[in-house]
Design a protein around this ligand. Structure first.
Ligand SMILES: Cc1cc2nc3c(=O)[nH]c(=O)nc-3n(C[C@H](O)[C@H](O)[C@H](O)COP(=O)(O)O)c2cc1C
Length: 342
């Protein structure tokens, strides 16, 4: 039965979910998101997962760092205790995040011990309670932001579509109208988080079927999307395509997809880097070491002639004291020289 209750929470603007960059722990910090925003003006960006408890009790300046250029940007929360999730969601929304996303997909041991992440796929009622509490907590704000869920298809040997659908319906009935589906199971025993992003087979058909059977829900497909053609194939069946590793390791692909979706010409890599300069220099002036920013731009010349030279100059030089934007310019010059000599 289709979910009879319409979503009670706000929904993201459909145009803003066609392309998104996945939440990635240790990777999608604010510096990374600023870079991705320059490459992909239309993409929705996600923070690393932050545990609700850390949002409530931790150093928010650090954990919830966000630059105004990042919008639209979502805060991803980990946790399962509804009151705690509600409090953290409100704090995130008040700090300006445009969406609060609940992680129901992370398979790490630490996460399982804390009873959150992917093991929540087996606890639809708890997730529904958490989502309802989060929606209620942001509903009274001037700008009630959407509460969304990122999930897997199931855990371990869950191979029944009906079980996945029952999870979605329970959470949708609690008011969540947007699901990011990492379209594979999580295997909670015996696989590392990295293996859990590679070994369990992808089943895009489940995400596409979900969209067919629940057209009122927004469904974003995630997992293994690496090219413009991949993204377009998902957009023919669902509301959005979310890229994780491909966006990080080969950020020009992110730019290419964004430019194609917006129908605008590509910008050359050096021009994109140039547009990062004012941000990088303002961060350097505040004492942020260059390497905190430059680590996110290492993949920009991925697969290009001279790309290795670029990476080498940046990764070796960024650790040296006093490294500044001049190093990025040296890296670009080294790329041009290496490409010419090739
Ligand atoms: C380094 C790394 C960290 C990740 N951290 C998170 C996280 O904090 N929250 C989350 O929901 N997924 C996390 N993921 C999973 C990604 O969001 C995404 O679901 C997964 O990588 C599959 O997409 P892809 O094939 O496009 O990379 C992480 C993935 C990577 C590679």
């Amino acid at each position: 039965m289709p979910s009879a209750v319409p979503p009670a929470g706000a929904l993201p603007d459909p145009a803003s979910i066609r392309l998104s960059v996945a939440p990635m722990m240790d990777w999608t910090d604010s510096h990374c998101r600023v870079f991705h925003r320059l490459l992909a003006p239309s993409a929705r960006l996600y923070s690393e997962m932050v545990h609700a408890n850390a949002v409530i009790h931790g150093d928010r300046t650090k954990l919830l760092a966000m630059d105004p250029v990042e919008h639209p940007v979502a805060l991803q929360l980990g946790g399962s205790e509804p009151a705690q999730l509600a409090q953290a969601a409100r704090i995130g929304a008040e700090r300006g995040f445009d969406e609060i996303n609940l992680n129901c997909g992370c398979p790490s041991d630490r996460v399982q011990a804390g009873r959150f992440g992917a093991c929540l796929m087996r606890e639809p009622t708890l997730v529904a309670d958490g989502v309802a509490a989060m929606i209620a907590a942001v509903a009274t704000l001037d700008r009630p932001v959407p509460v969304t869920v990122k999930c897997r298809l199931g855990v371990d040997d869950d191979h029944e579509y009906e079980r996945f659908l029952a999870f979605i319906d329970a959470v949708a009935d609690a008011g969540c109208g947007t699901f990011v589906v990492h379209a594979r199971n999580a295997w909670l025993k015996g696989l590392s988080p990295k293996e859990n992003r590679e070994v369990p087979p992808l089943r895009y058909d489940w995400a596409w079927r979900l969209k067919r059977e629940r057209p009122g829900l927004q469904v974003v497909v995630n997992g293994g999307i690496a090219t413009l053609d991949d993204a377009l194939s998902h957009l023919a069946h669902a509301d959005g395509a979310m890229l994780g590793r491909a966006a990080y390791h080969d950020p020009y692909t992110l730019h290419r997809i964004d430019a194609a979706l917006r129908g605008v010409p590509l910008q050359p890599r050096d021009q994109l880097l140039g547009s990062l300069r004012p941000y990088a220099e303002s961060q350097l002036a505040q004492g942020v070491p260059l390497r905190h920013i430059s680590r996110h731009i290492l993949g920009l010349y991925h697969g290009q002639p001279g790309g290795r030279a670029y990476r080498q100059v940046l990764s070796e030089g960024a650790h040296l004291p006093g490294a500044g934007w001049a190093l990025v310019e040296q890296a670009m010059a080294a790329t041009v020289r290496a490409a010419a000599a090739a």
